[in-house]
Design a protein around this ligand. Sequence first.
Ligand code: KIV
Length: 246
Amino acid sequence: MKYPSELKKGANARLITAYDAFFAALVVEAGLDGILVGDSLGNMVQGHTSTLPVTVDDIIYHTRMVVRGAPQCLVIADMPFMSVEVNTDDALRAAGRLVKEGGATAVKVETHFRVIPAMAAMIESGIPVIGHVGLTPQWVNMLGGYRQQGRGMAAKGIHQLVDELVAIGVSGIVLEHVPAALGTEITRRIPVPTIGVGAGPDCDAQLAVLHDVLGLTAKLPSFMSPIGDGRKGAIEALHRYKSVVS
Ligand code: KIV
């Protein structure tokens, strides 16, 4: 899959993050359907404790590498914190750079009501946009941590945001860390494909962070069951290397 318009309702696409050419090529070899160059690179690659310090230039740098490793693949680049919020012109310029300089086929925006006009301007300018609701990690300081969103009455706010996204014509909507029942309800209700990250099994596509899938991270998000055991394997190999060369 190369274009976000190929993300279809019920198609069960499997997406994953990647941040460099090496892993992007492995993602393609494994037959996955698309790549997000997430601002999670702040935590996974840059050693930050949140995604907040990630810049537009960082995303462009990593998107270029990913596109080199997976030239035929759908590559979605994340709009980092404060690249969309200040004003529509700056947001449009930043989104354009992710496409022109990074080579992304679409951009993803952590969505709150304030950024809807900027997202609409991107779509009107020919940039496919993916929305992102539920847990939006760029709002960690407002949310008071990385907690599940959309429980009880809070579900209404997520439904409203989703409706705004459908109305402006987004190509997909990431639902992150919301109750599975809400993931199912939204997926059944809207014509746009949903992309679940800890939003239950019924979303139209699933997305996960590469380092979590490979088991490289020391702690998995609460909604994820272990899949790979890369951390153990990597440390064992490093120990073996140390003993072999000493
Ligand atoms: O940055 C990222 O990796 C993300 C996904 C977890 C949705 O935004």
